[in-house]
Design a protein around this ligand. Structure first.
Ligand SMILES: Cc1ncc(COP(=O)(O)O)c(C=O)c1O
Length: 487
């Protein structure tokens, strides 16, 4: 296939035109949003329904009419006591949930592989953060958060006022939410679950149990990631009285736009109605396609596709198989190289690449043709690339290597609020970082403000950069300089 499309895109000066040209080409989306740019849900022209809070259309921040009813219907369908529409993504839900669950300067027990919004909430509320490092899974991905780690941390830090867990992760790894909820509840504190990548769990038993069914107190889900809904749409569900609901409302009012998009809200209403009426049928076909796809990939000699059975349950409690993790295995490629080949040669756009695997995010809006194209590309690559066993493992970065736990010297907010000094990254060993350094995606910090830079960490950052991974976060990334707390 030709690569001319890249040239055409570069020449196109306007975003709307570039998007339109892209939409007309044969690039297949193994990425978010979950509607996969299909128009299977009948939906009005966006301009015709884009309004502000005119008479009869309620107000999201003081919902009393049609929006109140819509949110009540959502609560009923997802099985929550109360549900709030989010039009600023799960990001705004996570900020609000953490802010409401803890007083300023409170202590949050959180999984280290949390989205940056959880870290931002900690900063804004001046929280102390205690991190739970996920188990390292065989495949090189972050595994589940073992309940035993939570139990230990709750004993060591009895001042913790809430627990925050990401489940599923970007890679689809699910933690034992029921056991973690029981531990939190035994201390009388809420469990907040970032289920941004698991809004579809509620609609088919082929997927892991939804956090709301497992006793989580607050659950945040992005509709746009896995369901047919527009980007930025998400839900915040509340299922207990452990957090004051009026505080959640207050923070939603603070963190969300004062002009909620009716287009986005209508998309949520449409998506949820669709899931209730037709979701089960679509998901049955989808999970069938997934099962067939996984069966076929077992024939691959060099590439390896992740399955839950690769890990013991204490490492991967459960896995959402709609997130297809394709390891470079023994091809001798890096994750980034595999990603580029799939894109440039086969016009398959993956969601992301990590050190040695790529993720194809699938949804019920994927087609049989899409799955066939992915399998035949993998089959082709599997025939073309292979390296001797001894060649490749040195090159590959595993989650264990990437995500160390740098020692904290102060809280995130204490570090950010100090006077800063800009240093070359390589001269920063021993200094306290004022910045985050992330791999993006998935946006999990390698280092957070308040943590002490080490030589080992610098080595990991440079290896990630060499492998072409997107290392971001520093305000002077171009010159590889980091802001540290001035001594
Ligand atoms: C685990 C996780 N949580 C939360 C978010 C934020 O979701 P949103 O994009 O809906 O704000 C993301 C975004 O990618 C994520 O990966």
């Amino acid at each position: 296939m030709s690569n001319n499309i890249f040239y055409t895109f570069q020449k196109s000066a306007y975003l709307d035109q570039k998007l339109q040209t892209y939409a007309e080409n044969d690039y297949y989306p193994f990425h978010m949003p979950g509607h996969k740019r299909t128009d299977k849900l009948d939906f009005p022209n966006p301009y015709s329904i884009d309004i502000t809070e005119i008479d009869g259309f309620d107000n999201l921040h003081h919902a009393e009419g049609i929006l109140k009813e819509a949110q009540m219907r959502a609560a009923d369908i997802f099985g929550a006591k109360a549900t709030f529409y989010l039009i600023n993504g799960s990001t705004s839900g996570i900020l609000s949930a953490i802010s409401a669950a803890l007083p300023p300067k409170g202590t949050l027990l959180m999984s280290r592989n949390s989205h940056k919004s959880a870290y931002h909430a900690a900063y804004l509320r001046e929280l102390e953060t205690i991190y739970l490092l996920p188990a390292a899974a065989e495949f090189g991905i972050s595994g589940s958060i073992p309940p035993a780690y939570v139990a230990q941390a709750l004993n060591d830090f009895p001042q913790a006022g809430a627990v925050f867990i990401t489940s599923p992760t970007y890679d689809g790894v699910v933690s034992d939410i029921q056991s973690i909820a029981d531990l939190a509840h035994a201390r009388g504190i809420p469990l907040i679950v970032d289920e941004a990548h698991g809004a579809h769990f509620a609609f088919s038993r082929q997927f892991p149990s939804p956090a709301l069914k497992c006793g989580a107190d607050i659950v945040i889900q992005s509709l746009h990631k896995t369901l047919p809904c527009l980007t930025q749409t998400a839900l915040l569900h509340v299922n207990s009285n452990l957090t004051d609901i009026s505080l959640i409302k207050r923070f939603l009012d603070i963190y969300q736009t004062s002009s909620p998009s009716y287009l986005l809200m209508a998309s949520m209403e449409r998506c949820i109605r669709f899931m209730k009426e037709e979701g089960a049928g679509y998901l049955a076909d989808f999970t069938n396609m997934l099962q067939k796809f996984y069966q076929k990939t077992e024939r691959l000699q060099h590439l390896k596709v992740f399955q839950k059975s690769f890990c013991p349950p204490e490492v991967c409690f459960d896995h959402d198989f709609s997130k297809i993790l394709i390891s470079v295995g023994t091809t001798g490629l890096t994750g980034k190289e595999l990603y580029d080949i799939l894109l440039q040669t086969y016009h398959l756009q993956m969601e992301m690449s990590s050190g040695h695997y790529v993720i194809a995010l699938t949804s019920m809006m994927d087609s049989k043709t899409g799955f066939q194209r992915l399998f035949s590309a993998l089959d082709d690559i599997d025939h073309k690339y292979h390296a001797s066993e001894s060649d490749h493992p040195k090159k590959l970065l595993t989650a264990e290597m990437i995500y160390q736990m740098p020692k904290p010297s102060m809280s995130i907010s204490a570090a950010i609020n100090q006077t800063s000094e800009l240093l070359p990254l390589k001269a920063s060993t021993g200094h306290t970082s004022q910045e985050y350094i992330y791999l993006y995606p998935p946006g999990i910090p390698l280092v957070a403000p308040g943590e002490i830079m080490t030589g080992k960490l610098l080595g990991t950052i440079s290896q990630c950069q060499k492998q072409g991974l997107s290392v971001v976060g520093l305000s002077d990334m171009e010159n590889n300089r980091i802001k540290v707390v001035k001594l």
